[in-house]
Design a protein around this ligand. Structure first.
Ligand SMILES: *[C@@H]1O[C@H](CO)[C@@H](O)[C@H](O)[C@H]1NC(C)=O
Ligand SMILES: *[C@@H]1O[C@H](CO)[C@@H](O)[C@H](O)[C@H]1NC(C)=O
Ligand SMILES: *[C@@H]1O[C@H](CO)[C@@H](O)[C@H](O)[C@H]1NC(C)=O
Ligand SMILES: *[C@@H]1O[C@H](CO)[C@@H](O)[C@H](O)[C@H]1NC(C)=O
Length: 449
């Protein structure tokens, strides 16, 4: 027996004994097979992340394609542990969200408690990542450069405290990099210390992006494209960007509305949800959040039939106009067309992936939600078991779609795209996902093109 072999065996035995101890210790705390109660970091080039609120039956989710689960702060510890087990069992990473307090005094006991709690939670939940929600801390519209220095000091302090050997930090940020008075040093610092950036779907409508208090898309495509460009320009590589996509919408009550506004060659109803008072920003609590399941149940016909809802050609988002009694409402959401557009954009830009925000928004009611899940799975994001033919097709369509989008934005017409689509239809090519028969392909309502 040679010496290398002996050393090898000794190490092997040593590790075996050690891991047995670890496993016994874990078994006390672990609600499932202890093999899943360890950090299991998996690496994927292309991710489909889901945010979980712990409100629905996760067995209905399409686990095969989920690469990471992130629980919100509302999810209790036991529920979170179960989700961690399910995630690890399905070769997905597990993370939890922690909203960073807006305290910049690094000796404030509230901040220190928060940090301690976060580190403890990371260990107890065997988290692969901790998702720091920085939105409140960063998202001040009128912040100046002294704010940058405070936040930077706080981030440095936190990063030093998070010296976990297993978990990494992912940062939940606004749709565009946080810069104040041209000072972007925060973004540079985060680029070094965040394993990935998740753009929040709630970050598009802020104090400075809606001067007239108009009901609009939760996630306008134009802003998405602009934000991604900004991140790239500030040195964030595409493989670090995860785009949060809302599976919910908002019901706006119109205090006033007009129907004669032309956007993209069509009349659109403009719904004002708040009186504009120059000193104040719009009151966004005047709108009501609705999950996709709720929209689907309340307005089944409008939701399903492409001719009964509207599609905003610039924001690339769906909306419906409804009257409740005498009151005019406008409901904006990401439906069939707009979700597909966003998925294809993320895919075609070779970004790291997308974050479904939240997976519970479909499953809260016992609706037939297979179609929506299939949209993410339509081979655009699959991590395995794909036919090469359909993958190529998905890529081609994604390219065409984005090409059309850019062209449409720049030139304000979609002639080339219509021709392309028609040609595809003639050839019998279909989008690689299930689609109801009564629906038109995209929204080429104008057949004279
Ligand atoms: C920061 O917090 C500590 C502890 O509460 C307090 O003693 C100190 O005065 C605070 N510093 C500032 C600048 O507010
Ligand atoms: C509604 O909007 C129209 C057009 O902007 C404006 O002329 C009118 O005064 C508004 N009405 C109310 C009640 O704000
Ligand atoms: C605008 O805000 C001021 C001060 O808050 C208030 O007095 C005024 O009534 C507001 N105007 C409108 C049109 O809401
Ligand atoms: C915003 O709207 C909500 C709901 O109507 C109301 O309770 C709240 O006072 C409003 N906030 C402001 C700042 O006007």
């Amino acid at each position: 027996m040679n010496i290398t072999r002996i050393i090898f065996l000794t190490i092997h035995l040593g590790l075996g004994v050690l891991s047995e101890y670890i496993v016994k210790d874990i078994a006390k705390e672990c609600p499932c097979d202890p093999v899943y109660c360890r950090t299991h970091k998996y690496y994927y080039n292309r991710e489909v992340v889901v945010v979980a609120e712990g409100k629905s039956d996760q067995s209905a989710w399409h686990w095969h394609d989920i690469t990471m689960v992130i629980t919100t702060e509302e999810v209790g510890k036991e529920e979170a542990k179960k989700l961690m087990c399910t995630a690890h069992q399905n070769h997905a990473n597990f993370a939890f969200i922690r909203e960073v307090p807006t305290i910049t005094n690094t000796s404030d006991p509230v901040l220190l408690d928060w940090l301690e709690e976060t580190v403890k939670k990371e260990k107890e939940l065997y988290a692969d990542y901790v998702a720091l929600d920085l939105l409140k801390l960063l998202g001040q519209c009128k912040a100046d450069s002294s704010h940058v220095q405070e936040v930077l000091a706080l981030l440095k302090f936190m990063v030093e405290k998070f010296t976990s050997p297993s978990a990494e930090l992912v940062c939940i940020v606004p749709y565009k990099p946080p810069c104040y008075d041209g000072d972007c040093s925060l973004t540079q610092y985060m680029a070094e210390h965040c394993a990935a950036f998740i753009t929040s779907p709630e970050s598009f409508i802020t104090c400075d992006t809606n001067p007239k208090c108009i009901a609009k898309a939760t996630m306008p495509m134009t802003s998405l494209v602009f934000g991604v460009e900004e991140f790239i320009d500030h040195g964030i590589t595409p493989d670090k960007l995860l785009i949060g996509i809302p599976w919910h919408g908002y019901d706006y009550t119109c205090v006033n509305y007009t129907t004669d506004v032309k956007t993209g060659g069509k009349n659109q109803m403009t719904c004002y949800f708040d009186e504009r008072n120059n000193t104040e920003s719009c009151n966004t609590s005047l709108r009501e959040k609705m999950s996709l399941a709720e929209i689907k149940n309340s307005y089944p016909d409008q939701y399903k039939n492409a001719k009964s809802h509207h599609y905003h050609p610039i924001y690339r988002s769906d909306y419906i106009n409804v009257k409740k009694g005498e009151q005019q409402h406008q409901i904006w959401y990401e439906g069939h067309d707009s979700l597909l557009d966003k998925y294809m954009y993320v895919r075609s830009m070779n970004l790291r992936g997308m974050v479904i925000w939240t997976a519970d928004d479909l499953s809260t009611k016992s609706t037939d939600d297979a179609a929506e899940w299939n949209w993410i799975l339509h081979n655009l994001f699959s991590t395995g078991d794909i036919e090469h033919h359909s993958l190529d097709m998905a890529g081609t369509i994604a390219g065409i779609s984005v090409g059309c989008f850019v062209l449409g934005t720049l030139l304000g017409f979609a002639f080339g795209c219509a021709v392309m689509r028609r040609r595809m239809q003639r050839k019998g090519l279909r989008l690689p996902f299930h689609r109801d028969e009564e629906e038109t392909d995209f929204h080429d309502d104008d057949n004279t093109l």
